[in-house]
Design a protein around this ligand. Structure first.
Ligand code: FE2
Length: 423
């Protein structure tokens, strides 16, 4: 007797139809037809079944704080950082946790079951670190939360930046962060990359830096990050988040840079919703898009994974933590409307992100965790087009969220029609 049997699934992994048998929180069989008794049977009716969405770049300490203490009038990155600075003295443990838990419920309803969140370590009291460490434990049955020690005000630039980041790691924060383009000088930025990678190498931790989130084509900290990754043997452990300056770089320089990133096995994490809204703000027209060179990096074999970055916070007023919205924006901003390109953007919010977070037993294979999402769409491209209802969200074989199929009922001249936008 199985715990759960999913019939007539359209597998995101192979594009084929199959039944999926689940027992003890694991996928135990995938076959054309499985005839077996089960505690629960779901007829997926040809809808797409995928491993869960993953957000590899988020800020859970700032999320849902929109309007506190005021709105971002200019909508710029710098006013957002200033606003966050105004809010920080008023943060409480309870408020931080309440917002994080509210957000996680949205994530689950959207089928996002793994999140890597940066947490600001600039403050002496490490309040956000304390809050999110508690949240990580509390949500562990439902969502994998990985925390990155993020010196938002600068590792060298802010007083106590060096010590506070180390203390955050001592408390159990998982990943070493950084923000080299925000240090006082290019030299300090490069020094911060070296120092932070050394800390990661000493402690056996992964690295994920906000790197070159700038329109300045000479912001080249990604080069130092690749160099340090190779020097310290951190291949496969390092991510460069944003990398927006690469959009503006000279093509000849990029032709040297991309092989270095590939050699260091660095994952690139663009955040298309945020990059398209925050970059190019000093431009008149033509106005730069800002998102890094996704297509070109993928062609070099570099792992590219997309992040949401913000939901209703000082930097971004919108969002509901829907990773399909992120993939949808990436397709547009990166002009990735080729068939394989659109599919690759679905992978960028699922399997590619599992690689960067080093999630174990993630996927649609026998032996993988029974963490699955059934979408009201028939394939990956339709999922990106419609950003449809997540009909079932399953964690370790248990249904933890359900949404009824969305169908509009039309009455036109005495005739009734149903519209679900599927073709
Ligand atoms: Fe970020």
């Amino acid at each position: 007797m199985l715990d759960l049997l999913i019939k007539n699934a359209h597998l995101a992994s192979t594009g084929k139809k199959a039944d999926i048998a689940i027992n003890g929180g694991e996928i135990v069989e995938i076959a054309n037809v499985i005839e077996a008794g089960a505690g629960e049977i779901i007829d997926a009716d040809g809808y797409l079944v995928t491993p869960p969405f993953i957000d590899p770049h988020f800020h859970m300490d700032a999320t849902l704080s929109l309007g506190l203490p005021r709105l971002n009038e200019s909508g710029t990155l710098l006013e957002g950082i200033q606003l966050w600075g105004e809010l920080k003295p008023h943060l409480t443990l309870e408020a931080l946790k309440e917002r994080a838990h509210a957000l996680v419920k949205w994530s689950i309803a959207r089928g996002t079951l793994a999140i890597r969140s940066h947490v600001d370590t600039s403050d002496e009291n490490l309040l956000a670190v304390e809050a999110l460490l508690e949240v990580r434990k509390e949500i562990a049955p439902f969502v994998d939360l990985q925390l990155v020690a993020f010196p938002q005000d600068g590792y060298f630039r802010s007083p106590g930046g060096v010590e506070n980041l180390k203390r955050a790691l001592d408390l159990g924060v998982d990943v070493v962060g950084g923000i080299p383009h925000f240090e006082r000088s290019m030299v300090d930025g490069a020094r911060s990359v070296e120092a932070l990678c050394e800390i990661a190498a000493e402690r056996g931790l992964m690295v994920d830096m906000h790197c070159d989130e700038s329109d300045d084509p000479l912001s080249r900290h990604i080069e130092t990050l690749a160099q340090e990754t190779t020097r310290l043997g951190l291949e496969g452990m390092v991510a460069g988040s944003h990398l927006t300056s690469m959009h503006s770089m000279d093509n000849y320089y990029v032709s040297k840079l991309l092989p270095l990133i590939a050699e260091a096995e660095i994952t690139a994490i663009p955040n298309p919703l945020i990059n398209i809204t925050l970059q190019g703000r000093h431009d008149t027209y033509p106005k730069r898009r800002g998102m890094t060179r996704v297509k070109e990096m993928m062609a070099m074999g570099i792992n590219v994974s997309l992040g949401h970055d913000c939901v209703m916070d000082p930097w971004y007023s919108l969002g509901s933590h829907d990773m399909l919205e992120v993939a949808h924006m990436a397709v547009h901003v990166g002009q990735m409307t080729g068939v394989a390109e659109m599919r690759s953007m679905f992978d960028a919010v699922t399997v590619n992100s599992a690689r960067v977070m080093r999630l174990e037993n993630y996927g649609l294979d026998v032996g993988c965790n029974a963490d699955l999402v059934i979408l009201q769409a028939r394939n990956k491209i339709e999922a990106i087009r419609l950003r449809p209802a997540r009909l079932f969200v399953i964690r370790r074989g248990k249904i933890i969220s359900k949404t009824a199929p969305v169908v509009a009922k039309l009455a036109l001249d005495g005739e009734n029609y149903q519209v679900d936008f599927l073709r």
